[in-house]
Design a protein around this ligand. Structure first.
Ligand code: ZN
Ligand code: ZN
Length: 297
């Protein structure tokens, strides 16, 4: 309490105007979560949540695709990084390029400098890459390829998946962490500015589909080690499939999730996942936890 009071006094004296201090509480966000009758859904096609001046989280409307993936946009002084492009190609149903471009233009005005856009992916599954087509052949835009070789060459990663890499967006360093297992080209991304860690489909409040058990186990161990050595504000994955009741998920394909779990997971959840994988050993095991379900394929 004393510390909060002190912070308030310091803030009022120095007016706390740095962008990092005006952040949105992601545990409190009410995401658009579809409708029981999609014909009556009036939500925006893409929900945009501003985390701070140069960090945005987007969610696709469940009524255009039940996967309702989350997408992430980080803005630096030289580059913007868009992680993932959603589950729908069509720019009428899913106006992603237009939405991203508008955010970038406003940022460019505020820094008085044009920037380039890098479009990359947490992994290569269809529900995170469909919108790539909207970004291809656009000016000042590069779309990173989907194979491990594309990722290692673009981000200059050595010794995949054992070594991380970094990319500088212009006064903003992002760490690229290989985490194959859900999909062979899965990566996690850590933003040193906001301390947000993106964990894709490998760790989120839902069914964690494991396609390569041995690789996934090693990846989650490495991610846990990384998280233990760095401050993390939020672990953010790509979907929400859990309800707000412990251990209970929505059925696959549902277009209405009025009582869904919050998007962020915690370090405690990650350690719980890591421990469960270790206990299971070499034999893939389906296991229901409070905030996620381990689901080997
Ligand atoms: Zn996936
Ligand atoms: Zn997915």
């Amino acid at each position: 309490m004393k510390r909060i009071l002190l912070a308030l006094i310091v803030c009022s004296l120095f007016s706390c105007k740095t962008s990092q201090n005006t952040t949105t509480n992601l545990n409190k966000i009410k995401w658009i979560s579809g409708s029981s009758n999609c014909k009556e859904n009036n939500d925006s096609l893409i929900q945009v949540v501003k985390y701070n001046d140069n960090t945005f989280i987007l969610r696709q409307n469940k009524c255009t695709n039940y996967e309702a993936p989350f997408l992430f946009l980080f803005l630096g002084n030289k580059n913007a990084l868009l992680m993932d492009t959603g589950a729908t190609e069509d720019e009428i149903q899913f106006p992603l390029y237009k939405t991203v471009k508008k955010i970038i233009s406003e940022w460019e005005k505020s820094i008085k400098n044009p920037i380039d856009l890098i479009v990359a992916h947490t992994h290569a599954h269809g529900d995170h890459i469909a919108g790539d087509i909207q970004f291809k052949n656009k000016v000042r835009t590069v779309v990173v390829g989907l194979n491990v070789s594309d990722i290692t060459s673009y981000f200059k990663l050595k010794n995949w998946p054992l070594q991380n890499g970094q990319i500088d967006l212009g006064n903003r360093i992002m760490e690229i962490i290989p985490i194959p297992g859900h999909q062979q080209a899965s990566i996690a991304v850590y933003d040193y500015a906001t301390k947000i860690l993106l964990s894709g489909d490998s760790f989120y409040p839902g069914r964690l589909y494991v396609h390569d058990w041995a690789a996934y186990k090693l990846s989650i161990q490495r991610l846990t080690d990384f998280a233990g050595a760095h401050k993390i504000s939020y672990f953010l994955g790509n979907h929400i499939e859990m309800t707000n009741i412990a251990g209970k998920d929505y059925p696959t394909g549902t277009t209405y999730q009025p009582e869904e779990h919050i998007l962020p997971l915690s370090f405690k959840d990650l350690k719980e996942l890591n421990k469960a994988l270790h206990i299971a050993g070499d034999i893939p095991k389906h296991e229901i936890h409070n905030s996620f379900i381990i689901d080997p394929k």
